[in-house]
Design a protein. Structure first.
Length: 103
């Protein structure tokens, strides 16, 4: 088994972040720099954090640097995604994104 090129890992992460942002219809810069509580933006952040925790070995600190949030928020967002309930509309939209995007 070969060693992954770090640029391939960055490309993998960036490609999926772009895909998630596109799914929710929000611009990547808006997701990471805005302080808006818009549901689409928040769902994109939650989905990105869930994706990064599930498919990478990045630490909470590394994920926090990528999404430009504090480490405690990463733990909170990931726990939120683990506890999703399909009976709650916002939760069902995130679950649908996870299923659609094959996360």
């Amino acid at each position: 088994m070969g060693v992954l090129d770090p640029h391939d890992i960055k490309s993998f992460i960036n490609r999926h972040i772009e895909e998630i942002c596109e799914y929710y219809g929000v611009h990547r810069e808006l997701v990471f720099t805005s302080r808006s509580k818009d549901e689409r933006r928040m769902n994109a952040i939650l989905t990105i954090v869930f994706f990064l925790k599930k498919h990478t070995i990045l630490s909470h600190r590394e994920i926090a640097n990528i999404v430009q949030k504090d480490v405690s928020s990463i733990s909170k967002y990931y726990k939120f995604c683990i506890d999703l309930d399909d009976k709650i509309p916002q939760h069902s939209r995130i679950l649908e994104a996870i299923d659609t995007l094959k996360i």
